[in-house]
Design a protein around this ligand. Structure first.
Ligand code: S3P
Length: 430
């Protein structure tokens, strides 16, 4: 296991770009594989989770190659080959759930397995509706946990109201819908990231969005595309947060994705009183993903309340948001954040224990997290608990602490952001 030691920063300063968006990179690989012709992906994320997707697709007969800084995917026109071995999902929930959707439409059986963290995460949310569409899914631990074997085939379109807001489940069903008889409609209880809708349109799918209902109709021919992936706003959030909590700081992240379903963290920072400047290069309503530059400068922050309907807009940024809340004046309350308990680790538990070790006043009860601030943090040993975003959120807390902070299990950042701690240290002035 690797450790990283973070020293307190006098200020955090600089302009950076961040690796490609993880959600969009996965989808670019999947859609490239589903389409006809070649898809050329530039600035895609090259990290463990996306490599898991690429490897699984290769096991399904997809040719993927690297050429002059681009990744080229040779589309199979929706028809894959039966894999010769079990498909390894590693730590990646997005790979697993989206791939289950695609495999539901394939006329062969395939088995998916994952690491211990992924094998403890709920899969029934996708396997139940896929079964309702006609796929056969099961495994030694039932339908809700990996390992799972899925036998796809003739699917029927369904109308399905998601019991929990989840872009992964929505995406799995829309991808399965490409192979179904008749339309498939997914109704969301709250808005979640819409990357699948955008990329399906870009590839030429027959897709309609009406309020909270998304409908895909089968039959359209998907065509390979040339895709440039924006920087990941969820990765940028760590550095923007650092600038928001360390006095005298200013950080700019350029070329970052500004899809409105992903910028919730910036809204929360603004509500707390952070100084944010944003320039968006493209119209946000365009079919592809809008990008731009975001700068955050330090200013004193105040605690806020985040209610349940807002949770999907900041689901991946909640760990770093809790770090920020320790430095805001007064009480910050996050309600309805139960989905955090079924991420790569129970992120309520991992963040409450890590920030408590650093001296923060933070507590949780069920789905509610309460933070009292501002607390002067004191450097200590903390643990990623095998979770990339916990490792990064605690690392940023270390910049605002007195004395050194050691993050155990720092190698988990490889899941979404190789080189994270080097970038963080490059911005920190001691
Ligand atoms: C993702 C959706 C979210 C998010 C995850 C990526 C996606 O998960 O937390 O990091 O790419 O669709 P849920 O769908 O489980 O909320």
């Amino acid at each position: 296991m690797a450790n990283v030691t973070i020293h307190p920063a006098r200020k955090v300063q600089g302009e950076i770009s961040v690796p490609g968006d993880k959600s969009i990179s996965h989808r670019a690989l999947f859609l490239g594989a589903l389409a006809r012709g070649t898809t050329r992906i530039t600035q895609g994320l090259d990290a463990a989770d996306c490599r898991t997707t690429a490897r699984a697709l290769e096991d399904l007969g997809v040719e993927i190659r690297r050429e002059k800084g681009a990744v080229l995917v040779e589309g199979r026109g929706g028809k894959f080959s039966k894999p010769q071995r079990e498909l390894e999902m590693g730590n990646s929930g997005t790979t697993t759930r989206l791939l289950l959707g695609i495999l539901a439409g394939q006329p062969f059986g395939a088995t998916l397995k994952g690491d211990p963290s992924l094998s403890a995460r709920p899969m029934g949310r996708v396997t139940e509706p896929l079964s309702a569409m006609g796929a056969q899914v099961g495994g030694p631990n039932g339908k809700d946990r990996l390992p799972l074997t899925i036998q796809g085939g003739a699917l029927r379109g369904i109308r399905y109201a998601l019991p929990v807001p989840s872009a992964q489940v929505k995406s799995a069903l829309l991808l399965a819908g490409l192979f179904a008889q008749g339309p498939t409609t997914v109704v969301e209880p709250a808005v979640t990231r819409d990357h699948t809708e955008r990329i399906l349109k870009r590839f030429g799918a027959d897709l309609a969005v009406e309020g909270t209902a998304v409908t895909v109709r089968p039959g359209a021919k998907l065509k390979g595309q040339d895709l440039r992936i924006p920087g990941d706003i969820s990765s940028a959030a760590f550095f923007l947060a650092a600038a928001a909590i360390v006095p005298d700081s200013r950080v700019t992240v350029s070329g970052v994705g500004l899809n409105p379903t992903r910028t919730g963290f910036l809204e929360l920072l603004k509500r707390m009183g952070a100084k944010i400047e944003m320039t968006c290069h493209d119209a946000v309503h365009e079919e592809w993903e809008p990008t731009g530059n975001v700068s955050v400068s330090f200013s004193p922050l105040a605690g806020i309340v985040v209610e349940k309907p807002f949770i999907p807009a900041v689901i991946d940024e909640l760990p770093i948001f809790l770090t920020v809340a320790t430095q805001a004046k007064g009480q910050t309350v996050v309600r309805g954040a139960g989905e955090l308990r079924v991420k790569e680790t129970d992120r309520i538990r991992s963040m409450v224990s890590g920030l408590t070790a650093l001296g923060a006043k933070i507590r949780s009860e069920g789905e509610t997290i309460t933070v009292e601030g501002p607390t002067p943090l004191k450097g200590a040993g903390v643990d990623s608990l095998g979770d990339h975003r916990t490792a990064m959120a605690l690392g940023v807390a270390g910049l605002a602490a007195q004395g050194p902070t050691t993050v155990r299990g720092s190698e988990w950042v490889e899941i979404s952001f190789p080189g994270f701690f080097e970038t963080l240290k490059g911005l920190a002035r001691r």
